[in-house]
Design a protein around this ligand. Sequence first.
Ligand SMILES: [Zn+2]
Ligand SMILES: [Zn+2]
Length: 174
Amino acid sequence: MNLFLFFFSNLLERRGVGAGGMASWEEQLRDELAGRDLAVASVPGKGRGLFAARSFFPGEVVISQEPYASTPNKISVGSNCDNCFASRNLRKCSVCRVAWYCGSACQREEWKLHQLECRAIAALTEDRKKMLTPTIRLMVRLVLRRKLQDDKAIPSSGTDNYNLVDALESHRII
Ligand SMILES: [Zn+2]
Ligand SMILES: [Zn+2]
């Protein structure tokens, strides 16, 4: 409990903008989480994690977020929409023939990312295309999303940026 209060008081003294005129991603994250009564902290022996700054009721949503990168777990068979994961009325991208969408709205939403991916997939030989797995595709999409956010081609926020992926702590025991 003391730990929660400590972090909550830290959250209350919000710092202004950084030297460059832009808040750092850590500051942005802290501000966005503070609005949800949450904070990120490191605890010796337990690692880095999310802490509640108040009590949450059973069943109350603590945090909900879109994944940084995602892809259906099947390639080329049209099992799910690439954007919303719907499984009906799917049509495939006519260029790469790997991505599937439930409609033009989902295709448009994904386009900035998919156009880069699409070009790369379309350049593959048929043999190479067969070697594409959901895991490889996910890694490619992760890298592309990071690039698009770095280039400011798509927006990023305190809770939606690659630094959060980069800062994930491994819990693997070596
Ligand atoms: Zn969709
Ligand atoms: Zn495509």
